[in-house]
Design a protein around this ligand. Sequence first.
Ligand SMILES: CC(C)=CCC/C(C)=C/CC/C(C)=C/CC/C(C)=C/CC/C(C)=C/CC/C(C)=C/CC/C(C)=C/COP(=O)(O)OP(=O)(O)O
Ligand SMILES: O=P(O)(O)OC[C@@H](O)CO
Ligand SMILES: [Mg+2]
Length: 234
Amino acid sequence: MIDTSTWRHAFKLDPDKDITDEHLEALCESGTDAIIVGGTLGVTFDHTIDLLSRIRRYALPCILEISNREAIVPGFDHYFIPVVLNAKNPKWLFEPHIEVIKELGTIIPWHDISTVGYCVLNRDSSVAKLTESDTELTVEDVLAYGRLATHVLNLPYFYIEYSGVYGDIELVKEVYGRLGKSENGKIQMIYGGGISDKRQAEAMNGAADMIVVGNLIYENIEAALQTVVKEEVE
Ligand SMILES: CC(C)=CCC/C(C)=C/CC/C(C)=C/CC/C(C)=C/CC/C(C)=C/CC/C(C)=C/CC/C(C)=C/COP(=O)(O)OP(=O)(O)O
Ligand SMILES: O=P(O)(O)OC[C@@H](O)CO
Ligand SMILES: [Mg+2]
């Protein structure tokens, strides 16, 4: 089982996108807490296992965020199993999961997986289009999804996903403040989406337990490296 309680920052690598050895080394040695591997579309077994083999040169946790059956590669330290809580197409809630559990049930390392409840808020993202996410949500709506994740589903993670665009920080702050602190904060809240510089990374890190930086890696590696924020030492 993995302990992410002190994690503040992770880079998310897309197996479908190229990255040089030099940039990969810089990311893995940047001080980030973990590498998450995943994407929405086109994630293949071969690209995923190739990327894992390259990341394994470095001593940091590597998590596979599973987006399709093809991408399931053994050998990761941990697996995030997504549930898109605000998916309007019910097929995406549990159908893919059931198919995989029926196929792999006996070999699934249940202690190495964590279910992550996503609230997808960028209507133009691939994941929103794929799952037909209801992205026109108020703060109260998002807070309700957070409470669903925390108290009804007892999930370890609630992920506010803006995937590709920098989100509404006031919404994130309010949801985090009312969910995390006022309700014994037993869930870890993650923010990801459009972080493009150190200022945005620090701002969002004040609004959630952990931030994830993805696309910026492939647009501006130096700016991506600047987003690494570390746990304040008491
Ligand atoms: C030995 C062995 C084989 C070990 C592995 C066993 C294992 C871990 C089995 C898994 C068991 C299980 C229950 C798996 C679930 C399988 C599955 C297919 C789940 C579907 C998840 C889902 C809802 C997918 C659709 C939505 C989606 C793509 C979610 C991913 C998260 C997300 C928000 C992605 C967006 O990423 P982003 O980078 O922003 O996207 P793009 O940049 O590509 O646009
Ligand atoms: O690629 P970006 O927009 O940084 O988003 C990171 C992560 O939330 C994607 O699942
Ligand atoms: Mg991505």
